[in-house]
Ligand binder design. Structure first.
Ligand code: ADP
Ligand code: ZN
Length: 758
């Protein structure tokens, strides 16, 4: 394993005379080491760092990435043990020196294999295994006229010539259709050299069918202008600088980002804008398209492979200079980077939840440093870490404290569900206050958003006779009832089974559904208010991009009165006619055994409250809770970020959590409980041995809060220290020692700076 401060291997001095004889290759796999291969003179003459190369690994051929070239074999290797590389995939590297350098940083900092990082940095389909094919540009046959002056043509041939004269170069298919001929007619003309058939790359454009937005020209508010000027000055200065833009929802941050990108472009520099979720991307990307046209490329995982490849290629060629995308867009091969915007920087989706475990926000900071660019982290609810960094001078703090047009922030009120319970003698999903507010809003022809962070119909199924709840066979979780599909589903592993008619444990019929989900809310609202047009937005309804976009656009057009959904609803969308936001429950979120649960809840409430009253009419927010005195809820209701920050930062300090310490989790997982427990105890032993000087604090092993997932048991250890370097060195040493003791690193996940410790 690598150490934190190691320098990349010395690259050879490039000269026309020298042909490298060896290549160091990183594999797109979860293996930490790199491999050296011999290059024959022909390969050596063409090989470049950052190109893909096919090499033997075990008995297979694998496509890896050249990460360095050498004239001599590394002294640690025996020359006869070195295998020959098979063939080069690229003449031109797919991974530029800048991206390779960034990938090296990610691999070092997050302790993950370099090849896995490079793979994540490239569009999918660039490193196929086995017989799967590479993604390639899409070609289409085109025909153009080269010599119209021909004689003695058949009628069909004349029609072809006429069509080409009228239309200019045309795709073969369109030409055949227009002229009413078969491809053989065109082929015969090509033979006579009257026309030429050739291949043209056609671009797969993810926004091809998106409606175009009209770009509105605003005059910036004085607050926006001040912020923009500061950012522009740094972009012009062309050295690294980092900002945290703390702007309340609706304060015009996005407008500032767009103008800053425009300034960068005017200076000949490219920009990237990272957004947390695909849900936000269609709205944003159209707004950017309206401003920058074809200069915009879009990167996110729900695009088809071909579309992703083409967008990446346009960026690599310099045809697109503005990138908008989710997490992996931080590796977009933009050249002359001037600006990176990380919107909603507090979002945990910037963190990849599988190896390589990197955080795109933090990677963006490092990229800006390495490429002398300006980085702007923006949020209405900055993460504790970022705000702490801004307070301590690591980032410059910029603020947009007011909404555009001096629109007031929505007024938020808590509804104490303990009183509601006392009043009715039983729990209620909707309090009378919330129902009344929905009714009034509807009567005024205004819209409402109802939030509940739980999809499905019922949280779990309980047998009232024997008390049995139905658990996922693979995970430590109850199955959620999804009524429309008549199944019960595990929200972690997606295990599905039909709804039982009788209790599987006792065979009796007293099956009972407990805990409402979004699907049930939707149904209840339609029952309460027959004229209310309700739509639902959650991961079940948004599996297809088109359905999701349609719900949003119908809501935007006023064809839907109420949107019910999960936290997907809380962000980004701008609906001026929404005057009511109701939060049905946040209590499960508050109760999660994670040091970030208060922060998350505060962010969620503040963000969703920001959806109300974005138009001319004031907004209202109602929050139902059994914990009305919780500080996260109190400060969220008061829209008081500073108040929340001050309380939360004290808690973090007193309990030694980030940002006061660096944190790492070591998760041991596997199908055999005894093995997992033994391995995690061995790891603890090795951590203690490596921690002789007691510079780190080690906790655990203990069963992880989600103790079994996807048929695997999970034990967790925590490492804390004031110095991140020490955490990394300790983890490295312990994992290395553990490997020597026979522990398989595939069953150990090391996460540096985890966003959650569940
Ligand atoms: P944020 O990103 O902070 O939530 P937006 O940039 O989306 O805010 O701005 C909120 C709304 O105000 C949007 O509808 C936007 O078009 C509009 N807006 C932004 N800046 C101005 C301005 N200077 N004058 C008028 N309207 C503006
Ligand atoms: Zn499961």
């Amino acid at each position: 394993m690598n150490t934190l401060e190691s320098e990349p291997p010395q690259s050879r001095s490039a000269g026309p005379a020298s042909t490298p004889a060896f290549a160091e290759v990183a594999m797109p796999l979860h293996v930490f080491q790199t491999f050296t291969y011999r290059l024959n003179p022909a390969l050596g003459a063409q090989a470049e760092v950052g190109a893909r190369i096919v090499v033997p690994l075990g008995r297979k051929l694998v496509t890896g990435y050249i990460v360095s070239l050498q004239d001599e074999a590394p002294p640690t290797l025996n020359e006869i043990d070195i295998k020959d590389a098979q063939s080069l995939v690229d003449v031109e590297p797919v991974c530029s020196p800048e991206i390779l350098q960034l990938a090296r940083w990610v691999a070092e900092y997050y302790a993950c294999p370099l090849g896995e990082v490079i793979k994540a940095a490239l569009p999918p389909g660039m490193s196929p295994s086995g017989k799967r094919a590479f993604v390639k540009p899409k070609l289409r046959r085109f025909v153009r006229l080269v010599n119209p002056e021909a004689e003695k043509l058949t009628e069909a041939q004349q029609r072809v010539v006429k069509t080409l004269t009228d239309k200019g170069p045309t795709s073969l298919r369109a030409l055949c259709d227009a002229a009413g001929v078969g491809a053989s007619t065109v082929a015969s003309l090509a033979k006579k050299q009257l026309v030429e058939i050739y291949d043209e790359t056609v671009r797969r454009d993810p926004l091809a069918h998106a409606a175009n937005l009209k770009r509105e020209a605003f005059t910036l508010t004085p607050a926006q202008s001040t912020v923009l000027e500061v950012i522009e000055r740094q972009i012009a200065g062309a050295s690294y600088s980092a900002f945290l833009l703390h702007g309340v929802t609706g304060s015009g941050k996005t407008e500032v980002y767009i103008r800053a990108m425009r300034s960068a472009l005017n200076l000949g520099r490219s920009s990237m804008m990272l957004v947390p979720e695909i849900a936000l991307t269609p709205v944003f990307s159209r707004r950017l398209r309206a401003e920058f046209g074809d200069q915009v490329a879009i990167f996110h995982s729900s695009l088809q492979k071909g579309e992703r490849f083409d967008e990446w290629t346009r960026v690599k060629n310099g045809d697109a200079r503005i990138v908008i995308g989710t997490r992996s867009a931080v590796f977009a091969p933009v050249r002359k980077l001037g600006l990176i915007v990380v919107d909603e920087e507090h979002e945990s989706s910037y963190r990849q939840q599988e190896s390589p475990y990197y955080n795109a926000r933090d990677t963006a900071i490092v990229r800006a440093q390495k490429e002398s660019a300006t980085v702007v982290l923006g949020s209405a609810t900055p993460s504790l870490e970022s705000f702490y960094n801004a307070r301590h001078g690591k980032y410059a703090l910029l603020a947009l404290p007011e909404r555009i047009g001096a629109r007031p922030m929505a007024s938020a009120t808590m509804i104490d569900m303990r009183n509601v319970f006392a009043r009715h003698g039983k729990p209620r999903v909707f309090s009378d206050e919330l129902l009344e507010a929905i009714r009034d809003t509807h009567a005024r022809n205004e819209q409402s958003i109802i939030l509940l962070n739980r999809r499905g119909y019922s949280r779990f199924i309980l047998c009232r006779s024997c008390g049995e709840t139905i658990q996922c066979p693979n995970c430590d979780l109850t199955l959620t009832y999804h009524r429309s599909e008549r199944v019960i589903v595990c929200h972690y592993c997606n295990h599905r089974q039909p709804v039982p008619g009788v209790c599987p444990a006792c065979g009796k019929k007293y099956i009972y559904y407990v805990g409402e989900g979004t699907e049930q809310l939707e149904e209840m609202l339609t029952q309460f208010f027959p004229t209310l047009r309700v739509a639902r937005i959650d991961r079940d309804t948004t599996a297809r991009r088109t359905v999701f976009e349609k719900s949003l656009s119908d809501f935007s057009a006023g064809e839907i009165d109420t949107l019910v959904g999960t936290q997907m609803l809380a962000k980004g969308h701008d609906f001026p006619n929404v005057t009511l936001v109701g939060v049905v429950s946040v209590d499960t979120g508050l109760a999660l055994p994670d040091f970030r649960s208060a922060e998350r809840t505060f962010q969620l409430i503040t963000q969703v409250a920001g959806r109300a009253g974005r138009g001319d009419r004031p907004g209202r927010v109602l929050i139902q809770t059994y914990h009305p005195y919780h500080y996260a809820l109190r400060h969220a209701c008061a829209q008081d970020y500073d108040g929340f920050y001050n309380e939360e930062i004290n808690y973090r300090k007193n309990h030694s959590y980030p940002p006061f310490v660096a944190l790492a989790t070591v998760l041991v997982h596997g199908p055999d409980l005894g093995r997992v427990r033994a391995d995690s105890l061995e790891l603890r032993k090795q951590l203690d041995l490596a921690n002789e000087d007691r510079k780190c604090r080690i906790l655990g092993p203990a069963p992880a809060p989600l103790a079994r997932l996807k048929n695997e048991h999970r034990f967790q250890l925590l490492i804390k220290s004031r110095s991140r370097k020490q955490v990394r060195e300790l983890a490295d040493a312990a994992l290395k020692a553990a490997t020597d003791k026979g522990i398989n690193l595939r069953s150990v996940n090391l996460e540096i700076d985890p966003v959650s410790i569940m």
